[in-house]
Design a protein around this ligand. Structure first.
Ligand code: ADP
Ligand code: NI
Length: 216
């Protein structure tokens, strides 16, 4: 990668670190950092454009409407990139991915470019395994939800899941989303990593229920 691109990335990393200082819902700087690193690895294996992938990974969560007051997820990314580069194509590509990569936009994400698929995979990998479990628990606490309540069933209907989110629990979130992610990976690089992380979540749930019943 040329020096100019490296500088764009480093400036963006610093910007994102500052911008996400007050973030406690599991979308903090270290989530972004892990997605950024993982996206680099996958991009290398899949021959995706590193500049697009890295900028998108760094900026992908700054405007998530779920955790910020932005209505369009890419707004803060666009604002930032406009101060940084005149490359409109690059800015539009990064923003298009950010607006279409979220779990909620599953139908739209079919139109993602290779770079979009890479960042989406890296983001999804951070939602599963030991780190994914930790983040689900943190997010639940952040939303004042319980870890588990046996009288609340998982809601597998995605359209109404959005509305019913407030009634859900961390454990239900595994069935509503986390256990489904393994089969939704776009790239074979991510699929390989997802397998081990998926198995660990199954082990976790198995133990969780046994401990809940006092069996072990
Ligand atoms: P995306 O960015 O693909 O839309 P989310 O923002 O929904 O994904 O998820 C980000 C993180 O927050 C993930 O680790 C996910 O497990 C967690 N999370 C989202 N919704 C819930 C929920 N209802 N309960 C527990 N964790 C959640
Ligand atoms: Ni993310």
């Amino acid at each position: 990668m040329d020096n100019n691109s490296k500088q764009l990335i480093e400036k963006t990393r610093k910007h994102v670190k500052t911008a996400s200082k007050e973030e406690y819902s599991g979308h903090d700087y270290w989530h972004i950092y892990r997605v950024w690193k993982m996206a680099q690895t996958i991009a290398k294996e899949e021959n995706a454009n590193q500049l697009t992938v890295q900028l998108t990974a760094l900026l992908h969560d700054l405007g998530d409407p779920k955790i910020t007051s932005y209505k369009t997820a890419s707004n803060p990314a666009r604002n930032w990139l406009t101060t940084l580069t005149k490359d409109k194509e690059l800015i539009n590509e990064v923003c298009h991915i950010i607006d279409n990569m979220s779990f909620r936009h599953e139908n739209k994400s079919k139109s993602l470019s290779l770079e979009g698929k890479v960042v989406q995979d890296a983001d999804r990998l951070d939602a599963i395994g030991a780190i994914g479990i930790s983040r689900a628990l943190v997010f639940s606490g952040y939303k004042n939800n319980l870890v588990h309540n046996p009288s609340i069933q998982p809601n597998l209907d995605m359209s109404s899941q959005e509305q019913k989110r407030s009634e859900s629990t961390a454990i239900n979130h595994f069935y509503e989303k986390l256990l489904l992610l393994k089969d939704k990976m776009n790239t074979s690089s991510a699929r390989k990593i997802a397998q081990g992380r998926h198995e660990f979540m199954e082990e976790f749930l198995d133990r969780f229920y046994k401990e809940w019943e006092g069996e072990i």
